[in-house]
Design a protein around this ligand. Structure first.
Ligand code: BGC
Length: 723
């Protein structure tokens, strides 16, 4: 098996939604769904843009898809050679994980086509496609290349006032409905043949057609270059896009491809996780790292990554805690500048978090549960649609999932501890931590009699139990956030004046002692035989099996949470909660405690979120049971190879790629199998390699030093690498 390649034989339009994810090409600026060049909206094509959102009427706000600048459609003797319209004799799709190349090969009978496509990693605005045609009959061919506006939108349309310009570089420009951002797509093409050229423009886009008579045995090639710019990138996005296309055309496809491949090689050099002993696992790891790397905002420095990456508009293209808890670890240990970008996004969206806290009557920073640009909250009050009544269900994720602020503070502190770089804290990170701590101070419920504080009416990671009190994960994260705020004083001990000025500027004088007091008085969770109660009253819920709860469903798409969900009155949970806490705070729990809780909660966990399995796998390794981690690891790492994961939450489509699992796969291998932990500013290992693997190796960068980690069944080594 080539562990860098995923290949699929055959074409079934039913698979188009998932195949578009599995064969995605992306470069952080945009994601191009893995659909054939000729795809119209029925096959879910999208060039999904990072960080640009729009709302159409009263529908959900979501990211904007650009026009498809790599559209190619071939006709032969008046017949369209198009998948979905014509049954092919054979069809293969491939994604090359090493170099981010989508390939397809289709035999239609009279013609066969072969192509390769990239979203350039060297120039983030550039797309390129080389399309080769072989004829097995004489006849009349018409090759259409152009910019298609027949694209997939979930809650669109988002683009209006289209302008079209034909010429050597085609141009389609439009503006978004809400913020009037210009989105420009340009395309140029170079053919190794000539013909009669014509241009056409209609509702579905702008196209150039070349017609000619071909003979059996002829092979023709067209290279197409697409460019996308918006008015946020450039004052003249249309002209700049046209120029980029023309430049690329001059360089040629091979030169663009070489630059793109070199850029990917540099990424792999910094982060490749090698697994030896199991090829399927090695490929799944390559797939995971490919997908996560391909959506990293390398071009920006202040963007984060949506929960479904750049695979489409699912989950409103929003930024969740997934960024800090699941994507962040691989980046902070391998490409800290990307981790910094994720956190800069939070620093810059602090005003949104301050506003949200105020709206709910609190002080400090309450970050959006589903954050869009400027920290705007994308989460609605009715985030699920009931499959029976077709009515929106009132959900409380937006109001009550308060651990989000602590998760951000957690990542900021980890960034400092792993990179040793204090600048991010100086440049707004410290302020974020202090404002998050202040939010919790104002959100706490103090009990004068017991001198304890609790956090009532919250939702922990397990979203099936809404509005609970003293969720163990949330309380632990809050305590850590408060401690992190207090620790800043030590971190800035050599700049006491700077820190005092910051406290003054934030009017923190009264808050500081209160935070100190609150820190030691947060109610400790109840335990029973060593099991930490997930929240007050959890043990009193019906204790039944996962199968029993599943059997109560009347529709496979039914939502398990909310008011009438089948899980709400039981101990069945959606995803790791107490175990997520143990995974994130290894030093705070003994192996014995972790083991007892693991065995209690795992059978009660649906793993209904792709964020769950990795937390159980990491902790299974910690308790010396890597065999329990293996299946969870494969499930996590393979998700975007197989196209797994849930597709529906009630009537809401939630398919797409799964960056949290992609990052989770790295976490299992690095933090679980290798047992990587930081102790006093230095990396150390506690290996627990499963029997399926013989060796594991990967680079990390800590405190500006790069190390190679190697783990075998006889132990682990950390070797410093020369730069
Ligand atoms: C999970 C959340 C997660 C979100 C986005 C939900 O299904 O329960 O924890 O943040 O998906 O991935």
């Amino acid at each position: 098996m080539d562990t860098w390649i995923l290949r699929k034989t055959g074409f079934d339009p039913q698979d188009a939604p998932t195949d578009g994810n599995r064969f995605l090409c992306a470069n952080g600026y945009m994601g191009v769904r893995g659909v054939p060049e000729e795809a119209g909206s029925a096959l879910f094509p999208a060039v999904n843009l990072a960080g640009i959102y729009d709302q159409y009427q009263d529908r959900w706000r979501e990211p904007v898809n650009a026009p498809n600048a790599l559209f190619i459609q071939l006709s032969f003797n008046g017949q369209r050679m198009a998948l979905g319209k014509r049954e092919p004799l054979s069809h293969e799709t491939e994604i090359d994980y090493r170099h981010g190349i989508y390939r397809r090969e289709t035999e239609f009978g009279p013609v066969s086509v072969r192509s390769e496509r990239i979203a350039s990693m060297a120039e983030c605005h550039l797309l390129a496609d080389r399309y080769q045609i072989r004829f097995t009959q004489d006849g009349e061919m018409a090759l259409q290349t152009g910019i298609s506006t027949d694209i997939w939108d979930i809650n669109g349309p988002h683009l209006f006032d289209f302008q079209f310009e034909a010429g050597e570089a085609l141009l389609v420009q439009a503006i978004t409905g809400q913020k009037k951002i210009t989105v420009a797509a340009a395309q140029s093409a170079v053919c190794d043949f000539d013909g009669t050229e014509s241009f056409a423009q209609d509702d579905s886009g702008l196209f150039r057609t070349l017609r000619r008579y071909v003979k059996k045995g002829d092979t023709l090639t067209v290279s197409v270059f697409g460019a996308i710019y918006t008015s946020l990138d450039d004052p003249e996005p249309g002209r700049t896009a046209q120029m980029l296309c023309m430049e690329a055309k001059k360089k040629g496809f091979d030169t663009c491809l070489r630059a793109h491949k070199d850029a990917w090689e540099q990424i792999w050099e910094r982060c490749e996780m090698r697994l030896e002993g199991d090829e399927a696992a090695a490929r799944a790891m390559h797939a995971s790292q490919y997908h996560l790397n391909s959506i990293a905002p390398r071009h920006a420095g202040n963007l984060s990554i949506p929960a479904r990456g750049l695979s489409g508009q699912t989950y409103k293209g929003a930024i969740f805690w997934d960024s800090e808890i699941f994507f962040f670890p691989m980046f902070v240990y391998t490409q800290p500048e990307i981790a910094r970008s994720l956190l800069r996004y939070r620093i810059e969206t602090l005003p949104g978090a301050l506003k949200k806290a105020r709206e709910y009557g609190f002080r400090g920073a309450y970050y959006a549960w589903e954050s869009q640009e400027g920290g705007e909250e994308g989460c609605t009050n009715f985030n699920v649609v009931d499959v029976f009544t077709h009515r929106p269900v009132r959900t409380y994720f937006r109001d009550k999932q308060i651990h989000i602020s602590g998760d951000i503070a957690y990542a900021l502190r980890s960034y400092y501890e792993i990179t040793g770089d204090r600048r991010l804290l100086e440049e707004g990170g410290a302020r974020v931590i202090l404002e998050c701590a202040r939010f919790y101070l104002s959100r706490a419920n103090g009990h004068l009699d017991t001198e304890e504080a609790d956090f009532a009416d919250v939702i922990g990671p397990d979203e099936y139990h809404e509005r609970v009190t003293n969720n163990a994960f949330t309380n632990h994260m809050i305590r850590h956030c408060l401690e992190s705020a207090l620790r800043l004083k030590q971190i800035f001990a050599d700049q006491p004046e700077w820190f005092e000025d910051l406290l003054k500027e934030l009017h923190y004088e009264k808050d500081w002692p209160l935070i100190q007091a609150l820190c030691g008085h947060i109610r400790a969770p109840k335990t029973r035989d060593g099991v930490i109660e997930q929240f007050d009253g959890y043990f009193d819920l019906e204790d039944c099996s996962l199968d029993a709860v599943r059997a109560r469903l009347r529709d496979p798409r039914e939502y398990w949470g909310g008011d009438h969900g089948v899980a709400g009155t039981t101990q069945i949970i959606k995803q790791a909660d107490v175990i997520a806490m143990m995974a994130l705070f290894p030093g705070d729990f003994t192996d014995q405690q972790t083991a007892v809780n693991w065995h209690y909660y795992e059978p009660r966990t649906e793993h209904g979120s792709s964020l769950s399995a990795c937390m159980y796998a990491v902790t299974a390794c910690r308790i010396g049971r890597p065999e329990l981690a293996w299946e969870l690891f494969m499930k996590t790492a393979d998700i975007d190879v197989t196209g797994g994961g849930k597709l529906w939450a009630g009537e809401i489509y939630i398919g797409g790629t799964h960056p949290a699992s992609n990052g989770g796969a790295w976490m299992i291998a690095a933090l679980g199998f290798a047992g990587l932990q930081m102790k006093n500013g230095r990396p150390e290992l506690h290996p627990n390699l499963p029997k399926e693997l013989q060796r594991l190796s990967f680079p990390i960068t800590v405190n500006d030093e790069t190390y190679l980690i190697e783990v075998t069944h006889s132990g682990g080594t950390i070797r410093r690498m020369k730069c």
